[in-house]
Every structure is written in C-alpha cells, then in structure tokens.
Design a protein around this ligand. Structure first.
Ligand SMILES: [Zn+2]
Length: 140
C-alpha cells in the first residue's frame, strides 16, 4: 500500500484517491480507466497491464516522491491546497467567535476542508513538509 505517498501527493496538491479496501485489481483498473485516473502501484504486473499507471520502485518516501515528480507535473502554488484526509480543495476559513483555535494561529491565513471541517494553517509543521519536498527537488 502507498497510503503515505498518497498523503504526500495531496500535500503537493495532486488529486489523489486511495483504493477502496476490498476492491480487486481488475475492478481498480476499470475504475481508473473510467475516471481517467493514473494508477500508482508497486505491483509490476498490475502496472504493466494498466494503460495509465506509475510503477513505484522505491520504499523510501523521499525516493517515492521523486518518482512521482518524474511523472506528474507539480506546481508549487498547488502545495497545501487540498485536505490530506478527504482530498478536497480547501477553502478560506471564516472565523467564528466560538472557534477553538489556539491563540497563536488565529491571526494566520487559515483554510478549512468543506468535508471534515479540519482547519489548516502554515507553521513549523508545513515548513518541515516544504523542506522535505525541497530536498526531493520537487521545487527550488
Ligand atoms: Zn477533510
């Protein structure tokens, strides 16, 4: 499974669905074709039989990110624009009087997911993510 890579692809703003549990390879292949989605897999045979797929060779997450970068155009402005859990584009967050956000983040540029309601902001955690992506050569 490539769930961790999927999370990083969302961090980079790539529209990424995880395979539904229990869906067999054949059905997954059909799903990807019908929805014009690129299949990302570690399965050599499955990848070879799929018209639009990316075969991931490495096990290290940084190496995997580099494999994605070689195949999918990645734009810096798309980073941190998508919910890492739900895969939906984020919207700007409207402050409410009763929101329970930590005091040091309320002044930051906040975004929220229209599905799960999580609130996202840039800080040391996103700096660390961007540092990793930079080290992977995803952007300069
Ligand atoms: Zn969400």
């Amino acid at each position: 499974m490539l769930l961790r890579l999927g999370k990083w692809m969302r961090i980079m703003g790539i529209d990424t669905e995880n395979a539904k549990p229990g869906l067999d390879d054949r059905m997954l292949g059909i799903y990807c074709n019908e929805h014009e989605r690129i299949l990302v897999t570690r399965d050599v045979e499955f990848s070879a039989g799929q018209k639009n797929s990316i075969l991931i060779i490495n096990t290290d997450i940084r190496e995997q990110i580099m494999e994605i970068k070689m195949r999918i155009p990645i734009k810096r402005e798309d980073f941190l624009t998508r919910c890492v859990i739900c895969n939906l584009p984020l919207r700007s967050y409207e402050h409410k009087d009763n929101d329970l956000l930590p005091e040091d983040v309320v002044t930051k540029c906040l975004q929220t997911c229209p599905n799960c309601g999580r609130v996202f902001w840039e800080g040391s955690h996103t700096d660390n993510m961007l540092k990793i992506l930079k080290e992977c050569g995803v952007y300069t």
